[in-house]
Design a protein around this ligand. Structure first.
Ligand code: SAM
Length: 341
């Protein structure tokens, strides 16, 4: 049994009804400051880690985002007071790649990072090339706000259709899932939006944390754009996933053992992009582009590829482009969303 499992069993035993919503358990599994998968410091990503991201394929992803940031800065009329703001910057690799390619005079690079251990790792890598802000309320007047694989790491509530009702899955002291009533009125209101013509047992995730995050960046004081890259699905695609999308990652293996070795493995879900976009639009944001990552990045890269004038890409860059855009690698399961605000 892991150290975290012992702590959890005690907390669950002391909780009302002897159980906790799955979301509370996932929050501790990922973010407990001593025993959480992410809480104790940036894990290695890529070869030698538990999973790959677009960032760990090489610097091309950052180079393409530097082009996108420049395009968005031009769309805003080239304001002098402009910053890139990254949330979920992990060990600072993406910031380093973007900064190496960025061509916007006087642009600042700001990180939104709640965990002091991560801030220290970022500081060691990036030094005074970046600054940290406590919240988006501190954003400058104009910004390009970006994240890669951030909301997939937010804790989710799990709900299961029993044929007549959606019930929320809780965790008992034996670390088993137990269906019960929704743990909050906010969750109950989200459940009302779910489809009901499903087979009994259909399971879905609801990310209240994602909705709060969308609300936070929508209401932040800056004008500009929001770029979100993550794996995810649209509403109708969730109908073909009766077991839901929550999964465990360890050493590049993935399975549905979501309550095994808590705190030692990554837990993650596919983003419900339809719900994310609806929430952003309800706060006045507008979709500039939303597509599979392969198509989004290919469109973005086209002027640059054309400018190579027959020289083509070197073999390393070509391999990175293929990893990012090929439908069988990251091109289809990952989606990119660009919002105007
Ligand atoms: C799947 S990793 C992605 C890391 C990196 N962006 C990449 O693409 O390689 C998710 C990251 O989000 C971070 N994270 C989760 N919640 C966060 C929050 N509220 N603010 C900032 N970072 C957060 C985690 O600590 C972790 O570093």
């Amino acid at each position: 049994m892991t150290a975290l499992e012992n702590i959890l069993r005690e907390q669950i035993a002391a909780a009302p009804g002897g159980m906790l919503p799955f979301a509370s358990v996932m929050e501790m599994a990922l973010y407990h400051p001593e025993h959480g998968y992410y809480g104790r410091g940036p894990r290695r990503i890529g070869r030698g880690g538990d999973f790959f991201t677009s960032v760990s394929t090489g610097p091309l992803f950052g180079q393409l985002l530097a082009m996108l940031a420049r395009r968005e800065w031009e769309r805003l009329g080239q304001p002098a007071d402009f910053a890139l703001i990254e949330q979920g910057a992990h060990d600072g690799q993406l910031a380093e790649d973007i900064l190496a390619a960025l061509d916007i005079p006087a642009a600042r690079y700001l990180l939104l990072e709640p965990n002091p251990r991560y801030r220290e790792v970022q500081r060691q890598r990036l030094g005074d090339r970046v600054k940290w802000i406590e919240s988006l309320a501190k954003a400058p007047a104009h910004a390009f706000y970006l994240s890669n694989e951030l909301p997939d790491a937010f804790p989710v509530h799990l709900v299961r259709w029993d044929g007549q009702n959606w019930l929320e899955l809780h965790v008992d002291a034996a670390l088993s899932l137990v269906p019960a009533e929704a743990s909050s009125p906010v969750l109950a209101a989200e459940i009302e939006k779910l489809p009901r013509d499903l087979d009994p047992g259909h399971t879905m995730e609801i990310s209240l944390a994602m909705l709060e995050w969308v609300q936070a960046f929508s209401q932040a004081p800056f004008r500009g754009s929001v770029f979100i890259a993550d794996y995810g699905l649209d509403a109708e695609e969730f109908l073909t996933r009766p077991a839901g999308t929550l999964r465990r990652y360890r050493q590049h293996q993935t399975d549905d053992q979501i309550l095994a070795d808590l705190g030692e493995s990554d837990l993650t879900t596919s983003i419900h992009f339809t719900r994310l976009i609806a929430e952003a639009e309800s706060h006045g944001l507008r979709v500039l582009d939303y597509d599979h990552q392969g198509r989004f990045l290919t469109r973005l890269a086209t002027p640059w590829l054309a400018s190579l004038e027959g020289h083509g890409l070197d073999a390393t860059t070509f391999r990175q482009f293929q990893s990012l855009t090929h439908p069988a690698i990251m091109g289809r399961s990952f989606r990119c969303l660009l919002l105007q605000k």
